[in-house]
Write a protein that binds this ligand. Structure first.
Ligand code: PLP
Length: 411
């Protein structure tokens, strides 16, 4: 034996959350084959790709099959036709100026939010909200920024911003100095978000402390309230302190098609170990051109079609459909006198368990009494204990049926 492994991987905890949910569901179905279980734990879109998107996708595939329109490797950063559409549609209308060379098109926000830490030094202190999308924590653990695991399952070098009913899910600014702050807004899993003033505080904090905010806006298109920023760059000066991640996955049903993008402003700098200022845009460009060969041409054409007038309309109809479900869930749960969060600017609804039940006990109750599957909040972090996540991605009929069933159980 001579090959050693990256020991950092041993710090990772197996995430049994969805495995345990699936196992409990299977057991229940085996014992109750006649029961129709409604799955409200779905973290994936369910509506098919919009017609306009499929047409553009197919047309581009045909181009690839003709000698005169065939394309080989494209630019690693993505085609300019898509970068220009992104700027024109996602940023210009909000008075945000982005250059095409600040847009990096990729095959997913999961990879980008996971890979971005590579361009930062290992001594940087990480800060995340709790509950959290596990990618941010696990990728930093793999790199060696986690420290050691503590008794309660958190990591000694990571700063956690607890988000609960107590602070109305508004993360408190870190008291320690931190370097990289991950924010996911609207949030997965809680479905809550920050308004402009609240987000401004984070931008000001980052400026004052020379931190960088890694802003995951994967659920941007679900925002309904006027006061909620769609991009962190709507906040003055944010281009000096923030990288933003966007994805076509939840917006346009691209979870299986794969297209996303990351904005790395040219105003952003980090320090080298000998104290020199180095452009983060240059580093990310170097990282991507070395390790990534771009998103396929047909997929980028499909993504471009999401910005056509017809594409936009079709996408909006799908989002409206999910948000109608979210409204029904919010109302159904509120009528039962449960404390309900999220679901206004997000497809996720975060419900406080009744009588301070544990997340898993409430999960069991819903499964056994109402034949509904949710996701226990405790699976997303310590502060998720006592909550359950429901999603708006099921059908309207099932969503209504689920709320009807819940109204009949004793909580
Ligand atoms: C779904 C999701 C994404 C999108 O990931 P893709 O790789 O683009 O599909 C990013 N961040 C969060 C928090 C998500 O829930």
């Amino acid at each position: 034996m001579s090959v050693t492994i990256n020991d950092n991987y041993l710090l990772l905890q197996d995430n049994y959350l969805f495995v345990d949910v699936a196992r409990k569901l299977e057991n229940f179905q085996n014992e109750n084959p006649d029961k129709n279980v409604i799955k409200m734990g779905i973290g994936d879109v369910t509506k098919p790709l919009p017609k306009t998107v499929v047409e553009a996708f197919k047309k581009a595939v045909d181009e690839m099959g003709e000698a005169n329109s065939f394309r080989g490797y494209g630019p690693e950063q993505g085609y300019s036709f898509l970068a220009e559409s992104i700027i024109k549609n996602d940023f210009k209308p909000r008075d945000v100026n982005i250059n095409t060379d600040e847009v990096f098109i990729s095959d997913g926000a999961k990879c980008d939010t996971g890979n971005i830490q590579e361009i930062f030094g290992l001594n940087n202190k990480i800060c995340v909200s709790d509950p959290v999308y596990p990618v941010y924590v696990d990728t930093n653990l793999m790199a060696g920024r986690g420290g050691s695991i503590t008794e309660n399952g958190t990591y000694s070098s990571i700063t956690y911003m607890s988000c609960t009913e107590k602070n109305n899910f508004i993360p408190e600014l870190p008291k320690k100095s931190v370097d990289l702050i991950y924010l996911c807004l609207p949030n997965n899993p809680t479905g809550t978000t920050l308004n402009k003033d609240q987000l401004t505080k984070f931008v000001e904090f980052a400026k004052k402390n020379n931190s960088i905010i890694l802003f995951d806006a994967a659920y941007e298109s679900f925002i309904r309230e006027d006061d909620v920023p769609h991009s962190i760059y709507e906040i003055d000066g944010a281009k000096e302190v923030a990288i933003e991640f966007r994805s076509f996955s939840k917006t346009a049903g691209f979870t299986g098609t794969r297209c996303a993008y990351t904005i790395v402003p040219k105003e952003l700098y980090g320090l080298s170990s000998d104290g020199k200022k180095v452009s983060l845009n240059k580093l990310w460009n170097r990282r991507q051109t070395t390790k990534f060969n771009g998103v396929s041409y047909p997929v980028q054409k499909a993504a471009e079609a999401t910005y056509s007038p017809k594409g936009k309309k079709e996408i909006q109809e799908n989002i409206d459909y999910y948000m109608e479900n979210a409204k029904i869930i919010r109302k159904g749960l509120s009528d039962l006198c449960l404390n309900v969060y999220g679901g206004v600017n997000s497809p996720y609804i975060w419900v406080k368990t009744p009588k301070n039940m544990k997340s898993w006990d409430f999960f069991d109750l819903l499964l056994n009494e109402a034949n509904i599957v949710g996701t226990p909040g405790s699976g997303f972090g310590l502060s998720g204990e006592g909550y359950l996540r429901l999603t708006a991605f099921n059908t309207l009929e099932n969503t209504k049926e689920a709320m009807d069933r819940m109204s009949k159980i004793k909580l």
